[in-house]
Ligand binder design. Sequence first.
Ligand code: NAP
Ligand code: HSE
Length: 426
Amino acid sequence: MKIGLLGCGTVGSALVSLLDQEGDRLAYLLGEPLEVGRILVRNPDKARSGPIPAGLLTTQLAEVIDDDEIEVVVELIGPGEFALSAIRAALGAKKSVVTANKEILSTHFPELELAAQAVHRDIFFEAAVAGGIPLIRALRVSLFGERLSRIVGIVNGTTNYILTRMQEEHLSLEAALVEAQQLGYAEADPSGDLSGRDAASKLAIIASIAFGGHVDVGDVTVDGIWGVTPSDFDFAERSGGVIKLLAQAERDITTSDAPVRVEVFPAIVMSTHPLASVRGSFNAVFVEGSAVGQLMFSGPGAGGLPTASAVLADVIDAVKNLRNATRAPMRIAEGTRFVEDSAIEAVFALSMEVVDAPGVLAQVSEVFGQHGVSIARMEQDELGGELAHLVFLTHRTRLSAMKATMAALAGLDVIERLHQILRVLE
Ligand code: NAP
Ligand code: HSE
């Protein structure tokens, strides 16, 4: 069986190495060898790691798509229109497709799945979410019979690395980001990691599979970690927790056709929660099902070899299905309904630097009251000079009320700096 590779960077070259390393064993198990037939790259003269035969490299997509011997196309190019049109072309040419492309899947999943169905081929994308963790297969196959109520997890390794370094080494966000970039965790443009968009793309894919309807990345309510400061970690620690960027999909399974709630947000996670101990660039996802109860999946969320491992598993499934003239069934219901932003409720923490003068606390707390936000706890630290640091922990309240409170507080002269709203994971 020949495979066509689109892209041979971090993940693509790791996949070629894996196929080389595991070739004999896989040939024995599958009953036929898995061979790379052609590799599309942008620059064939670039130095590459691993056993990449120069004769297989091409810059012409058609040399992969039009090769009748190639039955599975693996797309590892990355975001952008070119990768999308390459996947469409591969399906159009009746190839099964394996991709790690979260950007494309989180926006074009129904279209591509229907295109695959039309030619009776597969489109697999295990590596698009949580790198080496076999989460999509678990949701798609192992948990197929479950009514899933909640999936909450850490699905962006870069931000988890940054938050871990801020917590453990008291680094600033900027210094921790530089480290994450040096270690190769961050995307080429890290704004997708920091803004929560990368996690939102992965959550959209998770929710689409878990709930059987299409969830687009644009349906996800997103907040990143742009404004998390070292003092927020001090407050989290005093409260018995750590700060994590969480992606959460929820649905009320006691009623049929209940709306779905999909969100990415920074949260204080109590140290007793299993997600609190997920450190560095690791990912972890907590799944709650009606019959199975609670499950947790954890492991490396990125990196060449872990991601290539997930890609290879998809390639093997695609090969098996082709040989058995079958495909993985997938149903995408239309008309998924979403919980409105205004209906989202949680416990929140909000901190700020204020002028340390009589009447300021009263002025600030009055704004919370004006927006119907009830304060559960307040802490004050002297910052020296004329400033004080205040942290407010609320009772359960609406996100919309918190945002309105924040907007009104931004207009107060006595506030020097408002930090980011943090959730408290319940
Ligand atoms: P990468 O290192 O940037 O490699 C991209 C490859 O695509 C390169 O070989 C590049 O060619 C080729 N390419 C880009 N544009 C092209 C074009 N217009 N025509 C032909 N070839 C083109 O990316 P990666 O890190 O391997 O990631 C690949 C995919 O896996 C992405 O969708 C990413 O989101 C996903 N993913 C990556 C990780 C990870 O840890 N890296 C984890 C999970 C998922 P040249 O080599 O000639 O430049
Ligand atoms: N930038 C991503 C992350 C890479 O940090 O998780 C894997 O998708």
